[in-house]
Design a protein around this ligand. Structure first.
Ligand SMILES: CC(C)(COP(=O)(O)OP(=O)(O)OC[C@H]1O[C@@H](n2cnc3c(N)ncnc32)[C@H](O)[C@@H]1OP(=O)(O)O)[C@@H](O)C(=O)NCCC(=O)NCCS
Length: 242
């Protein structure tokens, strides 16, 4: 074991296991009282006290953000009822809704296992890390949805480098789309031809290029540790070329 821990990747994996465990997440969540003061993360039954007022705000956000798939009130309400959605609210500003994250059911793989797609990740511009508040609210949302659902098979896809970096901070493992169970690969690749450049999404040009798929460490273990792909932030690539 000590020999194994001398390997940098094994040490990194061990750190990921600890930080993404229930205990690791609980401690980090406690720290959020200092890191994101005044921000509350609400899900499940607790969402009921907000009535439907949060739904409209999230619907509008999904319609306005180019990286997000538009969601309807019905879809959001159903995800909330399943305890698959978390919102962030600013308790100091009349519980204004300032962030959201959700898990969307994708389907079953050939072993009959359920898969979910992490999505509808949004933080109000003003409250983003590079907004005026400088608070890691997206981190708070991401950590909570993963730790509340450790036993579920989850994937996340995106072309947004900020979302990729965020996932990496929470132990997401970048793999190739081909490593996913085929039915799940097909279920997640539903982008329009304008984005993929093809009618057959299995041949999409941006896949594993600008569009990346990542899975939590626990899902990666259950998939029997598929090969991990490399990721370098496009800005760092540009800097190294100039
Ligand atoms: C994706 C999103 C939730 C991330 O919010 P955020 O983490 O608060 O971050 P910002 O967007 O302000 O900026 C991200 C930058 O801050 C950095 N950052 C954020 N939190 C950080 C932290 N805790 N520690 C260090 N760096 C951090 C990121 O690494 C990233 O750096 P980069 O600009 O060099 O890539 C937010 O940008 C958003 O709502 N975007 C619109 C919707 C969207 O695109 N969703 C993702 C769809 S997959």
């Amino acid at each position: 074991m000590f020999k194994q821990l001398s390997h940098p990747q094994s040490r990194k994996d061990m750190k990921t296991v600890l930080s993404t465990s229930s205990l690791g997440a609980m401690m980090a969540n406690l720290l959020d009282t200092v890191r994101t003061p005044g921000i509350d993360y609400v899900s499940g039954y607790d969402l009921k006290r907000f009535g439907s007022s949060w739904i409209h705000q999230v619907v509008v956000a999904t319609q306005e953000e180019p990286h997000l798939l538009a969601k309807t009130s019905l879809e959001l309400r159903a995800a909330a009822q399943e305890h698959h959605l978390i919102i962030a609210v600013d308790t100091r500003r009349n519980h204004r809704v300032i962030g959201c994250i959700a898990l969307w059911h994708l389907g079953l793989d050939s072993y009959g296992r359920d898969w979910f797609e992490l999505g509808t990740l949004w933080v109000d511009k003003d409250y983003r890390f590079h907004g005026t508040r400088h608070m890691p609210i997206a981190d708070g949302l991401y950590r909570r949805i993963l730790s509340d659902n450790l036993g579920m098979n989850i994937l996340a896809t995106t072309t947004n480098p900020a979302a990729i970096e965020l996932g990496m901070r929470h132990g997401m493992q970048m793999i190739s789309y081909q490593s996913l169970p085929e039915s799940i690969h097909r279920a997640t690749c539903v982008c329009p031809i304008a984005k993929t450049g093809t009618l057959d999404n299995m041949r999409c040009r941006v896949k594993d290029n600008t569009c990346r798929v990542r899975i939590p460490f626990a899902t990666w273990l259950r998939l029997e540790k598929p090969h991990r792909t490399n990721w370098v932030h496009p800005i760092k690539v540009q800097a190294s070329r100039s």
